[in-house]
Design a protein around this ligand. Sequence first.
Ligand SMILES: [Zn+2]
Length: 285
Amino acid sequence: MLKHTLNRSHFSYSISYGLLTILLLFLSGCVSLNTLESGGNAILESISDLNIFTDEEETQFGKAYVAEHDKKTRIYRDPIINNYINSLGHSLVRHCKRKDIQYTFKVVDKKGVNAYAVPGGYIYIHLDLIRLAKTESELAAVLGHEIGHIVGQHSMKRLTQIYGVEILKQLILDEDSDELTKLIVDIIAAGYLFKYSRDNERESDMYGVQNIYDAGFNPEGAAKFFESMRNKQASEPSTLEALISTHPIHSERIMNVRNQIKSLPPKNGLRTDSATFRKIKRRIQ
Ligand SMILES: [Zn+2]
């Protein structure tokens, strides 16, 4: 577990890095005087790929949010299911592009198909999603996609983009970093950071497919899971509401995933399913 490392010097470093980036973009003409005049938020909105936070800060915010989230969420405590989901998740993490933070996978006992990633490497998956996955490679594809949001630092970029100026102001005016953590926990809880852009979704899909392929899973699982989602959306749309609200499924996504799978070199022994997965499925039916 990472130590509590939130302190002023980290922030000072990331703020100056963030401000320096803004300044450089301004000097290079990427940010115009008009955007500057229309307010600081506009500047940050035009910098969609900027993350002013360090890994330690991200972990700290995630940890604080998870402490609140888990009090209000029915976490499924069955050790067999938890060990399985963590071992599957970590078999993917070993092949992902961001290994320098600690990942934790948790199962949620709540109706509806859903999965989400919280800043700092916390990935939640609903029991109903495990039930919907027909094979282990489909489940791996979902985990790979959520890991992709952490790899792409999508929530932290969104936090920088939407609240950057407010947060910077708070940091300058307020010495109390606990207050800032509280503010960010509220922002995460409001759900704004889970409203990913199409670009974020595309990037997570891409990371996810590559990740499961590198980890030895059949990447077809990603396309197959999309199909399951589509069928479920037609037959029981309400069960997919939460997942669709943050991960809209559209034909472009399916097409991109199919094209990416086609472009991967053939590889022997790719795993589609396992006896353990089938045992897990029987246990939660
Ligand atoms: Zn997503």
